[in-house]
Design a protein. Sequence first.
Length: 133
Amino acid sequence: MPDLLTLKSKVNLGCDMCDTCCKYRGDIRITAKNIFEISMYMGVTPLFFLENYTHEIEGLEPERALNSVGKLEECILYDTIGKKCSVNPVKPLQCVVFPLFPENIKNDYFYVTEQCKCKNKKEVTVNEWLNRK
């Protein structure tokens, strides 16, 4: 079982802007705020976005998640040509905090999930990682 982390915990994290975190992610859950921000960023209506880019999470309705596509189950918002998130400035919180996974948001507890093969990791606190720009 991975270690439980707090906002003050130090952990080695990094991001090389590779695309590993956009593949085989399972359900990338989205909030109402995500739906609004992403649809506005894409220039589509929230209803169009919901119908074409998301699905209900079975057994957890009305929770929604982003669709995945292809053999690699890439996020539907992943730009395969540019090798980056097509909505990066407004991407869902689950993507922003990756590879951290909130165990209990109310108490600010996290786990480090499967990490990418980033070469430029450095020791940071969980709080620093969550608030990076």
